[in-house]
Design a protein around this ligand. Structure first.
Ligand SMILES: Cc1ncc(COP(=O)(O)O)c(C=O)c1O
Length: 367
């Protein structure tokens, strides 16, 4: 039986044509028409004024924090369950990521736990829209406004998700996205920062390009970075955006197939559920083994692998990672993350594949 990967890109539209155009016209660096076209298409998609293309999602986070003036000794609130890049970007600035527990079902930052972690050093909050389900942005923004903090959405995994009819990327001070090969929209490696703030956008562009004065070539008034995206990556991104609605619809269909195929396992697994106030997108279909499942999670994943089904564990919380280790307990993260499994989720996964995965899980959980 063929092996089912956990993720894979689909490059079935104009990707090839646009990349060949870059090569044929010699525009392969970070100059070229596809950068601006990708940026304006992405800004319109998110419903914001500005989108600034970056060379990956981690450098996008770092650049956003630099341009929000994050300084050594400052603190930034982040959920303990996230990909390591969220915490690392804060550390790159010499600041401290302050961890907050998450909600049990979405694994997103728990707004009720934020205020206890705010100190006079706190500068901002980074809610992460994990696996495609948006964080509770209304509550996060309300707390941030009360404490005069900025909000940086880490939307790396949630292109197109919505809260109250507005897309992620438009819900905070600014937002960052990733276009890594396994993401809903990919450029191989790539990132984007979105914002409605004109001044912040200009600063992001300045610092992205080594800090070169836009009015005086080779004059550098600040210490900037080379975090530019190539025209080739942007060409792929533009082609991906032409079919993004299709991608979102196909992923939603895969989630419906999983919901149906896994329904008989109720009681043994907890399935993902969209909150009433949210419109999620399906980056990774994420299940949790029922209470007590943490002891067998890794062996279930190993056996699925032996059956030709690749999976991923839900992210280990930051407070158990060596660089950010704490003795504090984060009860929801501690209990739920260990039971979570990301199932294969990509365009092209068939209903038969989903049934095969559900049958494999049923047989392992019956044993
Ligand atoms: C939540 C989150 N933040 C940041 C990143 C970093 O993005 P990149 O891998 O493009 O550097 C990722 C990537 O997987 C992510 O999932």
């Amino acid at each position: 039986m063929s092996r089912i990967p956990v993720a894979q890109p689909v490059l079935g539209g104009n990707e090839r044509k646009y990349v060949l155009d870059c090569i044929d016209t010699n525009w392969i660096s970070s100059n070229g028409k596809y950068i601006g076209m990708f940026e304006s298409t992405f800004a319109a998609f998110c419903g914001v004024k500005h989108a600034v293309a970056i060379n990956n999602g981690t450098t996008a986070l770092h650049l956003a924090l630099v341009c929000l003036d994050l300084q050594p000794g400052d603190e930034v609130i982040i959920p303990t369950v996230t990909y390591i890049a969220t915490a690392n970007a804060v550390r790159y600035c010499g600041a401290t990521p302050v961890l907050v527990d998450v909600c049990p079902d979405t694994m997103n930052i728990d707004p009720a736990a934020i205020e206890a972690k705010i100190t006079p050093r706190t500068r901002g909050i980074i809610p992460v829209h994990l696996y495609g389900h948006p964080a509770e942005m209304d509550a996060v923004n309300e707390i941030a406004a009360r404490h005069k903090l900025w909000v940086l959405e880490d939307a790396a995994e949630a292109h197109g998700a919505e809260v109250g009819g507005r897309r992620v990327g438009s819900l905070g001070t600014c937002a960052t996205f990733s276009f890594f090969g396994n993401k809903i929209v990919t450029t191989g490696e790539g990132g984007m920062i979105t914002t409605d703030d004109d001044e912040l956008a200009a600063k992001l562009r300045l610092f992205r390009g080594q800090g070169m004065d836009p009015k005086r070539r080779y004059w550098f008034p600040v210490v900037g970075y080379n975090y530019r995206m190539t025209n080739i990556a942007a060409a792929i991104g533009l082609a991906q955006m032409e079919r993004v609605n299709e991608a979102l619809a196909e992923r939603a269909q895969i989630a419906r197939w999983y919901d149906e195929a896994l329904a008989p396992l109720a009681g043994k697994v907890v399935l993902p559920k969209e909150k009433s106030w949210a419109k999620q997108v399906v980056w990774m279909y994420n299940i949790f083994l029922a209470d007590g499942g943490e002891a067998k999670r890794d062996s279930v994943m190993r056996q699925l692998d032996e059956m030709g089904i690749e999976t991923r564990p839900v992210f280990y919380p930051m407070h158990v990672m060596p660089p950010y280790a704490e003795s504090t307990s984060y009860p929801v993260a501690d209990e739920w993350a260990q039971r979570g499994i990301n199932l294969p989720t990509f365009q092209g996964l068939t209903r038969e594949d989903v049934q095969r995965i559900a049958d494999a899980l049923a047989s392992l959980l019956a044993a």
